[in-house]
Design a protein around this ligand. Structure first.
Ligand code: AMP
Length: 182
C-alpha cells in the first residue's frame, strides 16, 4: 500500500504552517489552510490519497467536523463515493445517532444521520480527519460508525501527533493510516 517517501513528506509538512501558543499557551497549532491555499500541495496530497484508496473497496467516506469535511469530501468526489459528515450535536436536521466521549473537562458528542450508511450489511467506511491528537473525537467517530450496520475499515489522518497517544489507542479499534507523523 502506497506511502510517501521522506522527501514527499517533507514537501507536504512544509506546506503546513505551525503556529505556537494557539489556541492556548503550549499548543503548536498545525494550520492546514496554507496547504489548502497551495494548489500543488493540495493536489499532491489528494493524488496520494486517491492512489491509496482507489482499489480499497470503500463504500463510504466519513469526515469529522470540520477539517475532515475538506479532505473527506474532496476524496469522495475524486473516488465517486458517497460522503458522510460526522457532526457536533444539534447540527443535523433529520433523525440522528450519537456517540458521547469525554473531554478534559466534561463530555462532547458526535452525530450522524440514522440513514447515513444506507441499509447494506458491512458497508466499508473510510474515516478521515486532518489530525489526530489525543484521539477522543476519532475514537468516538469509529464507535459511532460501529453502532450502524457499516464498519470502519481504516481511519486516515493527514497528521498524527504521535506523542499525544491517540493513534496508539485508536489502533485497537481500527486500522490507521497517517500521511505525516510529528
Ligand atoms: P483529538 O480528539 O485530541 O485527537 O483532537 C483532534 C481534533 O482537534 C482534530 O479534529 C484537529 O483538527 C484538532 N486539533 C487538535 N490538536 C491540534 C493541533 N495541535 N493543531 C491543529 N489541530 C488540532
Amino acid at each position: 500500500m502506497k506511502e510517501l517517501d521522506k522527501k514527499e513528506k517533507e514537501y507536504l509538512l512544509n506546506s503546513i504552517r505551525a503556529i505556537k501558543d494557539f489556541p492556548k499557551p503550549g499548543i503548536v497549532f498545525r494550520d492546514i489552510t496554507t496547504l489548502l491555499n497551495d494548489k500543488e500541495a493540495f493536489n499532491f496530497l489528494m493524488d496520494h490519497l486517491t492512489a491509496r484508496y482507489e482499489n480499497f473497496g470503500i463504500d463510504f467516506i466519513a469526515g469529522i467536523e470540520s477539517r475532515g469535511f475538506i479532505f473527506g469530501a474532496a476524496l469522495a468526489a475524486r473516488l465517486r463515493l458517497p460522503f458522510v459528515p460526522i457532526r457536533k450535536p444539534k447540527k443535523l436536521p433529520y433523525i440522528t445517532i450519537s456517540q458521547k466521549y469525554s473531554l478534559e473537562y466534561g463530555v462532547d458528542e458526535v452525530q450522524i444521520h440514522i440513514d447515513a450508511f444506507g441499509e447494506k450489511e458491512d458497508a466499508r467506511v473510510l474515516l478521515i480527519d486532518d489530525l489526530i491528537a489525543t484521539g477522543g473525537t476519532a475514537k468516538a467517530s469509529v464507535e459511532l460508525i460501529d453502532q450502524t450496520k457499516a464498519k470502519c475499515v481504516e481511519a486516515c489522518f493527514l497528521i498524527d501527533l504521535k506523542e499525544l497517544g491517540g493513534s496508539g489507542t485508536l489502533k485497537k479499534l481500527t486500522k490507521i493510516y497517517s500521511v505525516l507523523e510529528i
